[in-house]
Each structure stands twice: as C-alpha cells, then as structure tokens.
Design a protein around this ligand. Structure first.
Ligand SMILES: NC(=O)c1ccc[n+]([C@@H]2O[C@H](COP(=O)([O-])OP(=O)(O)OC[C@H]3O[C@@H](n4cnc5c(N)ncnc54)[C@H](O)[C@@H]3O)[C@@H](O)[C@H]2O)c1
Length: 323
C-alpha cells in the first residue's frame, strides 16, 4: 500500500523530510501546505501534488493517509487535531508545542481518534542511541550528563522566547529526550538561565546559556547544559551506569569499563531517513511497534523543558507532577 502524505509547514526540516520521503518505497507526497503558499508551491513543483496556503483546505480536498506537521513551536494550533479527526496518522516535529496546554489538547485528540503518531525525536533512530541502550541495559543508571552547545538558528522565530521556548525547549529537547530514553522519567528539575552575550541580536528574548539539574524517578541524577552562543561546541551525552560509562553523540560512541574502552563510529546516514522509513512502514502495515516515540511519549520530553523554563523563572525547583 502506498502512504499518501500531506505536509503542514514546508520550511527547513520539512524539505529535509521530503528529500528522504522521495526515496522511501511506499511513500507518496501528494499535498503541501504552508501559510506562505509559495513554499508549498515550490515543494509541489519539485515533488508533484497540490499546494495549499491552509492545511484545512488540504485536509478537505485531498485524500491522505498521513500528515507531516513541521511547524515552529508557537504555530501548533489545530493542525494535528484536524488531521487526527480526519483519521490521518500524524508525524509531528519536536518540540511538540510551546506549552503543555496545547500539547495535552493535541494528545487527547490523537488518543480519541486512535490514529498512529510519531514525535520526531530522530536521535532515537541513531545507531549510537541503540548502542547506548544496549550497553546500559539491565543495570541501574547513576547519572546522565548532557549538553547542546549550538549556535543561533537563522529563523526569526527562534530567538523569541514566546515563539520557540528558547534553547532548552527547541534543540536541547533532543538531549532531554535521550536522557529519558536511557534513564526513564524525571521527577524534579531546577534550572538557571541567562542572556549574557547575545544581546546585540535584534529582537532576542531567549536566554543564551542555561543549565538544568534533574532528579529522575529512578533516583538517578543528571545535568543538561546548553547554549546558543556561536560558534558552539558539540552536542552529546555521558551516562554513568553500573561501573560503566557511555559517552555518545549522533556520530560516535564510547563504552568505558574496567576492561578498557570500546569505541564505534558511524557515518551520519540517517536517523531522519530511518525515522520516516519506520513511520511510513507503520502506516502502511498498521503495526506501530517500530515507532520509537509516539506523541504521548514526546509530551513527556516536552514537559521537562517547560519545567526547566518555569524553574529558571521562579528560582525554585519544579516537580514534573506540577507541570
Ligand atoms: N528534528 C530535527 O532535526 C529538526 C531540525 C530542524 C527543525 N526541527 C523542528 O521543526 C520545526 C520547524 O523548524 P524549521 O527549521 O523547519 O522552521 P522554518 O521556519 O524553516 O519552517 C517552518 C515553516 O512553517 C510555516 N508556518 C508557520 N506557521 C504556520 C502555520 N500556522 N501553518 C502552516 N505553516 C506555517 C512557515 O511559513 C515555514 O515555512 C521546529 O519545531 C524545529 O524544532 C527539527
């Protein structure tokens, strides 16, 4: 069966997904929508299919099996809800929303409709993440350290706190999600954030540095530190397990034990590719077991970023149960 896909948002990441989907057997891109209709038209010109300036018109007039929702955090309103109500599987870019109210509203609509979903945490599809899970399996996790030392993404909405949620919500969410994937759910966070050196950027309201302490439900502890000050450094994690340490990022992996150090690397083919391949296959077969993060799981990762922002603002620790 071919899976008929419509896009909502045709910006940077949507175009990356399109480049993958065109190579994935069974994926058929049939419609594209964006509030800037020229972007939808450019995609339709490249891949075939129809272009729309509004996803509602797309849902009403094109027969679809799945929607790729590739919107900035602030722009999620009813796009997923209408897709779910129309019976479409939804693939939603991280972070899932700008606040918990919207994420929970969407989650409820997906649950009620009973449609398949994927929260697009593509790090989960990296070999390095799989190796980390395997190396740490069966033993307790003691500590997770993570960092996202990036630069400032060029899109205008990113530097506005109310639109992106800042680095901890926007990009560091990948590291937070990895921490959950390896060490389980988080009970409490406390955060410090500041805008220190990027004050010359027009319209900036996001902090440019931040650090978040985590207490996991298991009793493990952790810290995730991030920045958007260029040129940045790198993104990755160190996980201390039962007398073993795993150090990894998207492309490299090291396991340190008393016996020595084992390292592996892989060429970055493609966590994004795998993620879409798994999703398309899941929609085609009705078997969602290959999807490594569904919408509800993604909401739990979002909640940690929201809790961190709340803590940074109040100066108090925040329990995830209160988010
Ligand atoms: N997983 C990854 O590796 C990865 C990489 C980049 C971006 N992302 C995520 O993807 C999302 C989008 O990021 P981007 O870099 O593609 O941003 P972008 O600004 O390049 O693209 C967003 C697109 O959405 C459109 N849009 C905005 N509001 C809309 C609305 N209400 N209806 C329809 N279209 C609307 C814009 O016109 C734009 O074309 C963000 O949440 C970002 O975090 C994920």
């Amino acid at each position: 069966m071919s899976v008929r896909i419509g896009f909502v948002g045709c910006g940077g990441i949507a175009n990356a997904h399109m480049k993958n989907l065109v190579k994935i057997e069974g994926a058929e891109m049939v419609a594209f929508s964006d509030i800037v209709e020229e972007k939808a038209q450019a995609a339709a010109d490249e891949y075939g299919g129809q272009a729309f300036g509004d996803c509602r018109e797309m849902y009403d007039s094109v027969e679809l099996d799945a929607a790729y929702i590739c919107l900035p955090p602030f722009a999620h309103s009813d796009q997923e809800i209408l897709a779910a109500q129309a019976g479409l599987a939804v693939f939603v870019e991280k972070p899932l929303a700008i606040n918990m109210e919207k994420a929970r509203e969407i989650e409820a609509a997906i649950d009620e409709a009973g449609v398949m979903s994927c929260a697009a945490y593509h790090w989960r599809y990296h070999d390095t993440a799989k190796w980390a899970r395997e190396a740490l399996a069966g033993g307790p996790i003691a500590m997770v350290l993570g960092w996202w030392m990036g630069g400032l993404p060029g899109v205008a909405w990113w530097r506005v706190q109310d639109e992106s949620g800042g680095q901890i919500l926007e990009q560091t969410t990948h590291i937070i999600d990895m921490a959950r994937y390896l060490a389980g759910d988080v009970e409490r966070v406390s955060a410090e954030m500041a805008l220190r050196v990027m004050t010359d950027v027009e319209n900036i309201s996001v902090p440019d540095v931040g650090t978040v302490n985590l207490r996991f439900e298991s009793g493990a502890v952790g810290n995730i530190t991030n920045s958007c000050v260029p040129p940045g450094w790198k993104n990755g994690l160190v996980v201390i397990g039962d007398k073993k340490t795993v150090i990894f990022d998207q492309f490299s992996f090291e396991l340190r034990t008393a016996a020595g150090s084992e390292t592996k690397t892989f060429q970055p083919i493609a966590a994004h590719f795998r993620e879409s391949e798994v999703f398309v296959n899941a929609v085609a077969t009705g078997d969602a077991s290959g999807i490594l993060s569904d919408y509800s799981d993604g909401v739990k990762s979002l909640a940690i970023s929201i809790a961190a922002n709340m803590s940074a603002e109040s100066g108090e620790p925040v329990l995830l149960a209160d988010v």
